[in-house]
Design a protein around this ligand. Structure first.
Ligand code: AMP
Length: 191
């Protein structure tokens, strides 16, 4: 199983990605987590990425694409993976197509979590407060949502035209959303 999970910031992508990947026995590969680990370790990649992340902008494709190429070539991802947070731009879609094509693989599905925009601003502001993320100001949160709408939302129709999209309502409790995801994916894999 090779698939993607997409959704705006605050849609609960990361939490759901971990559970779904475990269910299918594949690694969940989150570009955001890889960037954050690099920031925490102060690596050159982390220092470069932090500037963009703090502003709510995307890290340049040149940096992100190479990082993903290396990660999906790792041994634990040879039989499948769930990509969380990649691709996020049309150029990254083309890059991922190339990576998969080189390896003779194809995507099986693109899971899209749909949410209510204002509800997620509230959710993100609360999370920033609870986790003491001082850099997650309302301006940065709104910028992240804007960048998502401009750069990433168009990817949904690209994958929809390929017949890959599995859309799931991401509003509600974690378990409830997880149940919807499994039901939607099971229905699809039975086809
Ligand atoms: P996430 O945890 O997925 O919300 O990612 C956190 C941040 O990492 C994003 O706001 C971006 O700055 C950066 N990032 C993660 N994935 C990508 C990507 N595919 N392309 C560019 N930037 C990314």
């Amino acid at each position: 199983m090779r698939f993607l999970i997409m959704g705006p910031p605050g849609a609960g992508k990361g939490t759901q990605a971990t559970a779904v990947a475990e269910h299918f026995g594949v690694p969940a590969i989150s570009t955001g987590d890889i960037f954050r680990a690099n920031v925490a370790q102060g690596t050159p990649l982390g220092i470069e990425a932090k500037r963009y992340m703090d502003a709510g902008e995307y890290v340049p494709d040149s940096v992100t694409n190479n990082m993903v190429r290396d990660r999906i070539a790792a041994g634990d991802a040879t039989d499948g993976f769930l990509l969380d947070g990649y691709p996020r731009t049309l150029a990254q879609v083309a890059e991922l197509d190339g990576m998969l094509n080189d390896a003779g693989h194809e995507l099986d599905a693109v899971l899209v979590l749909t949410v209510d925009r204002e509800a997620i601003v509230e959710r993100l502001l609360k999370r920033a407060e609870v986790e003491g993320r001082a850099d997650d100001t309302e301006d940065v949160i709104r910028r992240r949502l804007e960048v998502y709408a401009e750069e990433t939302e168009p990817l949904v129709s690209v994958y929809d035209e390929r017949g890959l999209v599995v859309a799931v309502d991401g509003m509600g409790e974690i378990d409830e959303v997880q149940g919807r995801i499994f039901a939607a994916l099971d229905a699809r894999t039975e086809d």
